[in-house]
Design a protein around this ligand. Structure first.
Ligand SMILES: C[S@@+](CC[C@H](N)C(=O)[O-])C[C@H]1O[C@@H](n2cnc3c(N)ncnc32)[C@H](O)[C@@H]1O
Length: 442
């Protein structure tokens, strides 16, 4: 790990990153009760009003799913919402160091678990492909370490628009949609650095095999059910048409218990909770795969450890946005409950974290990486971008404390196995997992 960090002193990334202070999506926002200054009747609002009038109020989970990923009108499907001109900005778009350190994390895990002859890198919700691009640059720079390893890239993406942008970022050309309707791969190609790359709509379709999984700001867009504690017990929050204002939606409480209430813990002490069954399904799938074929999953997102209540919020044009206004024009998100992810993984694999982004990157050697990049750059604008990016990622008031890292690993990875660190350590000890404990510089 130490050797890997110090040898990775590659060139600066050609793509300039943002220095304009844009909003990131980790801010808390109480939803649904903002004054509706401007409530355009969007095609999505019309669709939802029709649906609710025909079949009754819908759960917040169904609302989120329709608004974000409806194949015809979903927010994510046909637009590029990332960056200064979009609605929000994410870490890989702010600083190249983010992806570089994650690239080192995967190589470190690959080395610690016996340098398999092949691995798949699977990213869930890859945005513009910037993160994979930065990781692949590290893989190229460390080509001598990875030289006999057969690597392939697998992207799980529902957005047609973003998958086109990912292809342009990673392959540098447009990729046609696959003609074979029966194939789960909807696009494929070869990256600039010669690595095969495939696109899927669902994790289930990614081939099983030794894999590293990555999800950054992916779990927070999965649909959540919301529940309010009442004297009658837990009641689910639904979205209904407002009978008093035309073309307006409102939140209502279900009159009786609903099936999703089964996800609430018996000893729950909060009076409002959000649960995300889709996240549970994905964690179970990842856990099963990792237990069966090895590898690891690294999940980075804003979230909490089973303590927060109402975190559902919207973003539009770098501003907080009422979640019920002009649906389909704004991003919707809710903090990830890492305690739930941990429960869903339990038994099959071990989990580490959540730990704060600031701590994870300190442990990964971010200060050394920043210094290397600053020493190599004489351009004032580039230096300013690097320092701004570092501040955004690490400052506890910005992303440093709101964002967390969480990992899933095979049990034997944490509890010892066939690999020894050095002669002083016992046979059953394992390499420490990078990022989750302090690096011992020697
Ligand atoms: C908030 S963006 C994060 C993008 C990127 N990971 C980053 O950090 O810049 C969420 C990503 O997940 C994708 N996405 C949303 N829901 C999805 C789903 N159900 N399955 C697969 N991808 C999804 C979006 O299209 C987008 O690429």
């Amino acid at each position: 790990m130490r050797a890997v960090v110090s040898s990775c002193a590659g060139p600066l990334c050609a793509a300039a990153r943002s220095v304009i202070p844009s909003i990131w999506r980790g801010k808390y926002f109480s939803s649904g009760n903002e004054p509706a200054e401007n409530n355009p009747v969007t095609p999505m609002l019309r669709h939802l009003m029709y649906k609710i009038k025909s079949t009754g109020p819908i759960t917040v989970a169904e609302y989120m799913k329709e608004v974000l990923t409806n194949p015809a009108k979903g927010y994510y499907v046909y637009r590029d919402m990332l960056g200064e001109k979009g609605d929000f900005i994410t870490s890989p778009e702010i600083s190249q160091i983010f992806g570089e350190l994650l690239g080192i994390w995967f190589i470190s895990e690959w080395m610690a678990t016996g340098r398999s002859v092949a691995f798949q890198l699977v990213e869930l919700g890859p945005g513009r492909g910037t993160l994979v691009g930065d990781i692949l640059r590290v893989f190229s720079q460390l080509g001598s370490v990875l030289k006999n390893c057969d690597i392939s890239i697998h992207l799980v993406e529902v957005s047609q628009k973003l998958s086109e942008i990912q292809a342009l970022t990673l392959i540098e050309e447009k990729v046609p949609l696959e003609q074979n309707a029966g194939s789960p791969v909807y696009m494929k190609g070869v990256t600039k650095s010669g690595i095969p790359i495939f696109w899927y709509r669902d994790l289930q379709d990614v081939p099983k095999g030794y894999s590293f999984y990555l999800a950054h700001e992916f779990f927070d867009v999965l649909p959540v059910h919301k529940f309010q504690k009442t004297p009658q017990g837990w009641r689910e929050v639904f979205v209904d048409v407002d009978p008093e204002v035309s073309d307006k939606l409102r939140f209502v409480l279900a009159p009786c218990a609903t099936p999703a209430a089964a996800f609430i813990q018996h000893d729950e002490t909060r009076d409002h909770v959000e649960v995300c069954p889709d996240a549970g399904v994905i964690i179970q799938e990842l856990s099963q795969r990792i237990a069966l074929t090895g590898g690891a999953a690294l999940i980075a997102d804003y979230g909490h450890d089973g303590t927060k209540t109402d975190t559902f919020r919207g973003f539009c044009g770098h501003k907080l946005h009422d979640v019920l206004i002009a649906p389909g024009t704004a991003d919707l998100t809710a903090d990830v409950d890492f305690s739930y992810l941990r429960r869903m993984a339990q038994g099959k694999v071990a989990s580490l974290g959540p730990i704060k982004q600031q701590t994870f990157f300190k442990n990964m050697g971010i200060d050394v990486r920043l210094k290397v990049l600053l020493d190599k750059s004489d351009e004032p604008l580039m230096r300013q971008q690097l320092l701004h990016g570092y501040d955004m990622l690490m400052n506890p008031e910005k992303m440093g404390e709101r964002f967390n890292f969480f990992a899933l690993l095979p049990h034997q990875r944490l509890h010892g196995g066939r690999h020894q660190m050095n002669a002083c350590q016992s046979k059953t000890s394992a390499f420490p997992v990078a990022g989750f404990s302090e690096l011992a510089w020697q």
